[in-house]
Design a protein around this ligand. Structure first.
Ligand code: FES
Ligand code: FES
Length: 170
């Protein structure tokens, strides 16, 4: 079957999609967007988190057909493209780098999506809000303190004038 959807603001089409195929598979294997990770494929780890019509979902649990005609935002869609074609990191992405919160490539994309969603809804979150927002995103390796520091940093910088979720120049 053919699936038409909007991904990171652009219309995309995937052909030959099997009925049981996941949105995650379509994004990674058919549309060339490997940022969303396939770690558990059971809705347990959050590595595949994307926005579907504005709501966070585990793309591994969404059938591709359910995305027909809908809007998907992946981690690749967080950074804006600068005039030179290079990505311009969001305040949150910059904060992850500066706080040393970038860990392995599996958990970080989902953590960024969840944190971005939190800061969009709650620009000045309490620590409990941050922990709750990230509770569906598992890291198997380490603590979460630097990640929480990064969300705090992004929130503080945004309050100081850097717009959350928008491009921040190098
Ligand atoms: S790969 Fe989807 S939740 Fe783990
Ligand atoms: S799962 Fe990513 S650093 Fe542990």
């Amino acid at each position: 079957m053919r699936v038409n959807l909007t991904v990171n603001g652009s219309p995309r089409t995937a052909d030959d999609v099997w009925p049981g195929e996941s949105l995650l598979f379509v994004l990674r294997e058919r549309l060339g967007l490997p940022g969303s990770k396939n770690a558990c494929e059971q809705g347990e780890c959050g590595s595949c988190t994307v926005r579907l019509d504005g709501d966070l979902v585990c793309a591994c649990l969404v059938a591709a057909g359910q995305a027909e005609g809908r809007e998907v935002v992946t981690v690749e869609g967080l950074a804006a493209e600068g005039e030179d074609g290079a990505p311009r990191l969001t305040a949150l992405q910059r904060a992850f780098l500066d706080a040393g919160a970038v860990q392995c490539g599996f958990c970080t994309p989902g953590l960024l999506m969840a944190a971005d969603d939190l800061l969009t809804r709650t620009p000045d979150p309490a620590d409990a809000d941050i922990r709750e927002a990230l509770s569906g995103n598992l890291c198997r390796c380490t603590g979460y303190e630097k990640i929480i520091d990064a969300v705090r940093l992004a929130s503080a910088r945004t309050a100081a004038g850097a717009p959350a979720g928008s491009a921040e120049g190098e």
